[in-house]
Design a binder for this molecule. Structure first.
Ligand code: NAD
Ligand code: UGA
Length: 344
């Protein structure tokens, strides 16, 4: 009889990785979280994500960089690998910013795949966190998995390269790989560079919201617990070697989001429109039929409910202590308030 499954979550201190780790623990997995604390956003936020995990007896944490760590002893012991670590964010991947994308997305993934090929005798499944950004501005919506990927940002190129790497290790070496293309994930713990997080902080602080372009771009926003659920559903044998869209089923414009946020917070946004950002896709809508049919995936949390939960988290994290906690020059000032992100 198989004992407790042992899972490695890379990027476990990040937004999605920390929620996924918590869920795996709740499902009875032993979880090894690995994270190298890249400086993409402040460390205290990642430490805060980790806080509730560290006290769990079935969780252990490895402060390590996938580019350098000796992965052999780790990979030898695990049954499942959830590869969430990456340099995220579309808009920072230009110019000098490109290097950490190549390192943390392409090279780090290649190193992990090599380690699984060499030492992963026990590994039953590796789930790779891919991205809707692999599609680019496709001629037709909704985006389905057979559409030819044509990334529109350097970030998208690195996420696609790592997705292709994962799949070719499956095809050449039989690695049991599944790729999940997440569509703009949100909820408590969302990264500070992402739209809802920034908008909510600006609303609570009485500051201006910056919209890139005319605000009529659309996204298929996906609530965090739905993205996490897709990872568990992906552990089916039938999912091996396949790519799946993971979308929340709520395609809306950025302008409509502002109206919803006004209803939720009771604060009227002050908005400034500036030019669209290079690399930002105009529209994303996920065709999730494949995930529905093969994995049984069905997003559960509505945009209204999910936004309320994220609003409550932003308010509690950044505004319910001795004054607001602002970002200045890429650093956060002030001690974080409140406890860890609430359960999703
Ligand atoms: P995040 O930045 O919060 O988490 C990623 C974590 O990976 C960070 O804590 C970082 O320190 C760690 N990391 C990066 N490079 C590493 C390395 N070389 N070694 C060890 N640790 C490293 O990002 P997130 O929003 O949680 O995204 C998680 C994954 O999902 C990423 O692969 C991202 O590309 C993908 N994704 C996210 C979204 C979204 O909307 N958040 C959408 C599509 C895809
Ligand atoms: C998100 C993540 O940041 C990427 O890591 C991920 O790979 C991608 O989703 C994906 O789905 O693959 P993005 O859709 O740009 O990327 O997510 P947000 O930062 O939440 O932006 C949503 C929309 O709001 C975009 O159109 C963006 O231009 C706009 N936005 C964002 C603004 O108008 N103002 C801002 O301050 C921030």
């Amino acid at each position: 009889m198989m004992g407790r499954p042992r899972s490695l979550v890379t990027g476990a201190a990040g937004f999605i990785g920390s929620h996924l780790s918590r869920r795996l623990l709740a499902e009875g997995h032993e979880v090894i979280g690995l994270d190298g604390f890249t400086d993409y956003y402040p460390r205290w936020l990642k430490e805060r994500n980790l806080q509730p995990l560290l006290s769990h007896p079935a969780f252990s944490f490895l402060d390590a960089d996938l580019l350098r760590a000796d992965l052999e002893p780790l990979i030898r012991t695990v049954d499942y690998v959830f590869h969430q670590a990456a340099q995220p964010g579309v808009r920072g991947s230009w110019g000098k910013g490109f290097e950490p994308y190549v390192d943390n997305n392409v090279k780090a993934t290649q190193r992990l795949l090599e380690a699984v090929k060499e030492h992963g005798e026990k590994v039953k499944h590796l789930v790779y966190a891919s991205s809707s950004s692999v599609y680019g501005n496709a001629p037709e919506l909704p985006l389905h998995e057979e559409v030819l990927p044509r990334p529109f940002s350097p970030y998208g190129v690195t996420k696609l390269a790592a997705e292709y790497l994962s799949l070719l290790y499956h095809e050449n070496d039989g690695l049991p790989v599944t790729a999940l293309r997440y569509f703009t994930v949100y909820g408590p713990g969302q990264r500070p560079d992402m739209a809802f997080h920034k908008f909510l902080k600006a609303l609570f602080a009485g500051e201006e919201i910056l919209i890139y372009g005319d605000g009529e771009q659309t996204r298929d926003f996906t609530y965090i617990s739905d993205a996490v659920e897709a990872n568990l559903l992906a552990l089916k044998e039938v999912a091996v070697g396949k790519v799946f869209n993971v979308g929340g089923g709520s395609r809306v414009t950025v302008n409509a989001i502002l109206r919803l946020l006004q209803e939720i917070t009771g604060v009227k946004p002050r908005v400034r429109y500036q030019k669209a950002q290079r690399g930002d896709m105009r529209h994303t809508t996920a065709d999730i039929r494949r995930a529905r049919e093969i994995l049984g995936f069905s997003p559960k949390v509505s945009l209204e409910e999910g936004l309320k939960r994220e609003a409550a988290w932003v308010e509690e994290t950044f505004f319910q202590h001795d004054g607001p906690c602002h970002e200045t020059g890429g650093r956060m000032e002030g001690a974080p308030g409140g406890g860890p992100p609430p359960e999703t």
